[in-house]
Design a protein around this ligand. Structure first.
Ligand SMILES: Nc1ncnc2c1ncn2[C@@H]1O[C@H](COP(=O)(O)OP(=O)(O)OP(=O)(O)O)[C@@H](O)[C@H]1O
Ligand SMILES: [Mg+2]
Length: 328
């Protein structure tokens, strides 16, 4: 299968009031056509910054310091000018966020906004764009597309607005869709419908998807591959089934232990183990593994040396001083 996106050794530092703040440390990721990559990790682990780095939309713009490469269909996005990037954003790389209200313009109807996006990226007449907008709404299972096209964003529910955002994101047949916590603000039933829509769209069109969430339960339902992030580093990447069934990194293990559905307790004690401590401030200087101060398996070396990247078959990799356990 062809890789749509290949991030290699990406490090990002932001330059701001606090000086130069390292945000991402040497991350590598791949997204295949028609596959869904989930990125999970606690708040502040760098999930959104990874998404912004791909789109070249980092806070501080060109003042941010980027090292490594982001190859999108063979082109290195880190070398593109702002003008060149506008050809990718929205058309080839689409993004959806947690709160669609921030992306929809409150003063224009849904129809007008959908038509604008379609006509910006494709050579279509107003009539053709309107027809496509209606079809896209049907694809995301909106029952009354004609009525919704004439609505203003505030007239729709949160779940409907997120469907509209997905329809807009997919209207230009992007090669890559980045969804940053798209279901976090929605109730569980609507969340399940949105997840189904993303999966359906990805499998039908071959769009590669990066699905960002702090919720391992959601990611497990949707993703082919899972990357676990901690404090700007990727600690473990692998096929979803492998990472969920045989987590190797102590952080992934702790994260799984904090989700009820992954930890059936035979003794009936259903208290969940929260991970003690907090994600370190990006400016905190940590020699060695950034998780070591919270890790119950930490050895001497973990506090002294950055863990090596151990690479295995099936796209599995582990960033840890511990050896990978041998499966029986
Ligand atoms: N504009 C900014 N300037 C400097 N640092 C920032 C800026 N925005 C975010 N950060 C820092 O970058 C780090 C990564 O943040 P990021 O938003 O990527 O986390 P996240 O994993 O998406 O978290 P969440 O689950 O809360 O969305 C955090 O330490 C955050 O404080
Ligand atoms: Mg975020």
């Amino acid at each position: 299968m062809e890789n749509i996106l290949s991030i290699k050794n990406l490090s990002v530092s932001l330059s701001g009031k606090r000086g130069i703040v390292p945000i991402l440390h040497n991350i590598s990721l791949e997204v295949e056509q028609g596959h869904i990559l989930g990125i999970v990790g606690e708040s502040g682990s760098g999930k959104s910054m990874t998404a912004f780095a791909i789109n070249q939309l980092l806070p501080g713009g060109r003042k941010s310091i980027v090292d490594g490469s982001i190859s999108f269909c063979g082109e290195d996005l880190t070398e593109k000018t702002e003008k060149e990037m506008t050809k990718f954003r929205g058309k080839e790389i689409a993004m959806i966020f947690q709160e669609p209200m921030t992306c929809l313009n409150p003063v224009f109807t849904i129809g007008r906004q959908m038509k604008d996006v379609i006509m910006t990226h494709q050579k279509k007449s107003s009539k053709e764009a309107e027809k496509q907008a209606e079809e896209m709404l049907e694809k995301v299972h909106i029952r009354n597309p004609n009525r919704v096209l004439s609505c203003y964003p505030y007239e729709l529910s949160g779940g409907m607005r997120q469907r509209v955002m997905i329809a807009i994101a997919l209207s230009c047949s992007p090669k890559l869709l980045i969804a940053d916590e798209p279901t976090t603000a929605l109730d569980v039933t609507i969340q399940a419908q949105i997840i189904f829509l993303i999966k359906e769209a990805c499998k039908a069109t071959g769009t590669g998807v990066i699905f960002i969430s702090h919720d391992l339960g959601v990611v497990s339902q949707l993703c082919d591959t899972i990357a676990v992030m901690y404090s700007g580093q990727i600690v473990e990447v692998g096929r979803a089934a492998d990472v969920l069934a045989h987590p190797q990194h102590p952080y992934t293990k702790a994260l799984l232990a904090s989700v009820p559905s992954f930890t059936p307790r035979e003794d009936g004690n259903d208290t969940l183990s929260a991970i003690p401590g907090m994600v370190p401030d990006p400016l905190e200087v940590i020699t060695g593994c950034r998780f070591a101060p919270r890790c119950s398996y930490a050895m001497d070396i973990c506090h002294k040396k950055v863990p090596p990247l151990q690479i295995f078959a099936d796209g599995y990799s582990l960033h840890c001083h511990l050896q990978k356990e041998v499966e029986n």
